[in-house]
Ligand binder design. Structure first.
Ligand code: DX5
Ligand code: ZN
Length: 222
C-alpha cells in the first residue's frame, strides 16, 4: 500500500509569484506538485508548458512534479517535459493514437507514466498496460478548469480501479484523483482506495495573501 500524497494543483496558484507559491505548499506539507497542461484543443483552456516546469526546477523545487497533459497530440512534447524536470507524466488515452507507444516514450525519457480517465471514459484502456503504469489518474470533474464540483459516481470508478490494482499484483501503482477535492470529501475519496489527492482551489484559495503560512492549516486538514 502506498503512503498518501497531497498534490496541490498550481492551476489555482498566483502565477505572478509561482515559485513562492510552490515553496509555500511544499513547506506546509504537500508531497508533490500537480502541473496542469492545457492546449485549448483537447480541453477548452490554455495554461503552461515545459518552460514553466524548467523555471520551477531552476527556482529550486526538488519535489516530484506530476505533469498532467490535457493536450492532443501528446507525444512530441514528452521529451521537452522530461528535459524540463518532469517526474511523472500522465495523459488521456483518447489523446494518443498509440497508447502503448506513448507510455514507452515517457519511460524511455526517464519519467514515470500514467493514464488519465475522464469521468465518463471507460476503464478498458487499462486492460493490457497495467505492467507499464506508475499511476492511474481519475478525473472527478470534466477537465479544463479548476474550481468545479466533484462528480460522485467517480467514487465507484475508484473502487473498481483499486480492485484492479490489487488484483494485478502491481501494488505500487498510484491511484490519483483530480477535481473538486477538499476537506469535505477527502476521507470518502481515500476510503474508495485513492492514495494521491490533487487539490487546486481548496489549497490555493485558503487563507490571506499576506500570511506566509497560509497553506499550513488547509494542507494539514487534508
Ligand atoms: C482540471 C485540472 C485539475 C484542477 C483541479 O482539468 O486537471 O487539476 O486544477 O482543481 P480543483 O481542485 O479546484 O477542482
Ligand atoms: Zn490535473
Amino acid at each position: 500500500m502506498n503512503s498518501n500524497w497531497i498534490a496541490p494543483s498550481i492551476l489555482s496558484a498566483d502565477f505572478a509569484r509561482l515559485g513562492q507559491e510552490v515553496d509555500q505548499v511544499l513547506k506546509s506539507g504537500a508531497d508533490i506538485v500537480h502541473f496542469d497542461v492545457m492546449d485549448n484543443h483537447y480541453v477548452p483552456n490554455l495554461t503552461i508548458g515545459p518552460l514553466v516546469c524548467e523555471a520551477l526546477r531552476k527556482h529550486g523545487v526538488t519535489a516530484p512534479i506530476d505533469v498532467h497533459l490535457m493536450i492532443k497530440p501528446v507525444d512530441r512534447i514528452i521529451p521537452d517535459f522530461a528535459k524540463a524536470g518532469a517526474s511523472i507524466i500522465t495523459f488521456h488515452p483518447e489523446a494518443s493514437d498509440h497508447i502503448d507507444r506513448t507510455l514507452q516514450l515517457i519511460k524511455d525519457n526517464g519519467c514515470q507514466c500514467g493514464l488519465v480517465f475522464n469521468p465518463a471514459t471507460p476503464l478498458h484502456h487499462l486492460d493490457h498496460v497495467m505492467d507499464k503504469l506508475d499511476m492511474i489518474l481519475l478525473m472527478s470533474v470534466n477537465p479544463g478548469f479548476g474550481g468545479q464540483k466533484f462528480i460522485p459516481y467517480v467514487l465507484d470508478k475508484a473502487r473498481e480501479v483499486r480492485k484492479r490494482i490489487d488484483a494485478s499484483g502491481f501494488s505500487n501503482i498510484r491511484l490519483e484523483i483530480d477535481g473538486g477535492v477538499g476537506p469535505a470529501n477527502i476521507r470518502e475519496v481515500a476510503e474508495a482506495g485513492v492514495d494521491t489527492f490533487v487539490a487546486g482551489s481548496a489549497v490555493f484559495g485558503a487563507g490571506k495573501d499576506s500570511d506566509p503560512n497560509r497553506y499550513d492549516s488547509i494542507i494539514k486538514s487534508l
